[in-house]
Design a protein around this ligand. Sequence first.
Ligand SMILES: C[S@@+](CC[C@H](N)C(=O)[O-])C[C@H]1O[C@@H](n2cnc3c(N)ncnc32)[C@H](O)[C@@H]1O
Length: 226
Amino acid sequence: MTNPENKTGNRIVLTADGSTSVYNAAVDQHYHSIFGALQESQRVFIELGLYPALERFGEVRVFEMGFGTGLNALLTLSEAEKAGKPVRYTAVEAYPLPEEEAGRLNFGELLGSPYLKPLHAAPWNRRVEPAPGFSLLKQGGFLQDFQTGERFNLVYYDAFAPEAQPELWTEEIFQKVAGWMNPGGILTTYCSKGYVQRNLKAAGFSVEKHPGPARKREVLRAVREG
Ligand SMILES: C[S@@+](CC[C@H](N)C(=O)[O-])C[C@H]1O[C@@H](n2cnc3c(N)ncnc32)[C@H](O)[C@@H]1O
């Protein structure tokens, strides 16, 4: 499933587990692993992040770096419904996907969920409740400019890779993110590079390495020290 790049420089692609993703030519990056978008999100953000957060915290307050395709939000909503627990979800996104591109993603069908379209249709910069017990704020703009009075207990750190966006993997940016988190809060990311681990530690996280999804040896879970 490919299509010519459109004016955003995006192309919808099919990854190895049958789920779609997006390739962005401007940064020469895929939004997910080409070895399986769904498997990657499930492993990195849901198994290593959301599951322990649902056990530890009464209300899970998620911050996502990069709303993108909405895959992480959709998986989170499905799991929260199953667990019968409320989730307060906040995502920042500098380059929202056009509606036409979001409409060609297949996560809704794969997961048997009706909520992908409502997640994308939700307004920007205003908190809404697209599903009972799941509140969503999609904040347009750059992570570097994001400000909040909220305190999150789970962060999905899903920026493009450091090769493409080194400014989003620095000690300084992780300090900013740590400032929005409660002690004991969890941050997960697919990137396990040595300097990313060092920058997380320098910003006040304890860092754990965990086996990754297909073809990825290690991914990271970091816990904000208190
Ligand atoms: C690796 S993709 C992941 C997106 C999303 N989590 C998903 O599963 O589809 C990174 C996302 O970050 C967004 N992004 C890039 N630079 C950003 C910045 N400085 N601030 C906020 N979002 C940014 C991109 O537009 C893209 O949607």
